[in-house]
Ligand binder design. Structure first.
Ligand code: UDP
Length: 261
């Protein structure tokens, strides 16, 4: 067995050195955290579902011309991606008030926003990812003006595309978080979409019932996390029939883990 070099372990993913220079393998874990990792848990099978969902969304985005780090899915829990220098900013796009926005400004959850809001947070676990403005980004040189222009532009494109994608399967895209990276080519770099897009970093509500199909089920102790993620995958057409494929995939995954392979 080949031992791969681990580059980084985050809250929900592990990054390994890829097979060729400039590539990385993203391994999706079942670990879940919330409230700046004060709440920790495991959602069995989450990694498998997020790997599939993220592959699907990134592939569709790439088809409409949004540059992304995604190359291909390797297996149930891993995908090959381009190595980038992550911009230390979490970009949150909001269509409907929820979560921290509702708490901070006292706007009732579920209120449709009169226009799409983009917020920036500085990626720093020790500081609890504080909210920042473009002024801070420019002042501390976390990204150039040109890069911020590309980032905001892409965030809006991703939002428009994903809002339609999810509306088509009866899901309201409330808000989501994106991360971007610099892809270097000699002395030049360009901004591409990185990380993942999955129910871990989106708020997805059923359009009819309002049921939450995302990580708020874990954050708010609502239960049924896997079922919710599975429902998103099913509606996206990623399960052959009524969850049968993912059930098999999750069983296989459990079996493999037990064998320690
Ligand atoms: N989000 C995320 N990672 C974070 C913070 C937020 O993926 O570290 C996502 C979250 O899932 C939601 C959106 O960004 O879809 C907005 O989150 P919010 O600011 O409301 O924070 P929360 O209520 O999750 O603390």
């Amino acid at each position: 067995m080949v031992r791969r070099r681990q580059i980084y372990e985050g809250k929900a993913k592990i990054l390994y050195e890829g097979p060729e220079p400039g590539t990385i393998i993203q391994y999706f874990k079942d670990d879940a955290t919330a409230f700046n990792a004060q709440k920790k848990g495991t959602i069995n099978g989450k990694g498998v579902l997020n790997n599939r969902i993220s592959e699907h969304v990134f592939t569709l985005l790439s088809n409409i011309g949004v540059p992304t780090h995604f190359i291909r899915r390797l297996n149930m829990r891993e995908q090959l991606v381009r190595q980038v220098e992550i911009v230390p900013i979490e970009v949150v796009v909001r269509n409907v008030a929820a979560g921290s926005l509702s708490q901070r400004l006292g706007i009732e959850e579920g209120t449709q926003l009169p226009r799409t809001l983009i917020e920036y947070y500085y990626k720093d676990d020790a500081l609890g990812d504080p909210m920042i403005t473009e002024e801070h980004i420019a002042c501390f040189g976390w990204a150039s003006q040109e890069e911020m222009h590309d980032i905001a532009d892409m965030a809006i494109r991703v939002n428009d595309f994903m809002s339609g994608l999810f509306a088509g399967i009866g899901i309201r895209l409330v808000d989501f978080k994106l991360e971007f990276g610099r892809l270097w080519d000699g002395d030049y770099s360009r901004i591409i979409l990185a990380d993942e897009i999955s129910p871990d970093g989106c708020r997805l509500w059923d359009m009819v019932t309002g049921e939450k199909l995302d990580k708020d089920r874990f954050r708010r102790d609502l239960g049924g996390e896997v079922e919710a993620y599975q429902e998103v995958a099913r509606r996206l057409g990623l399960l052959m029939e009524e969850g049968a494929e993912v059930t098999t995939v999750l069983d296989l995954d459990k079996h493999r883990k037990k064998k320690g392979s």
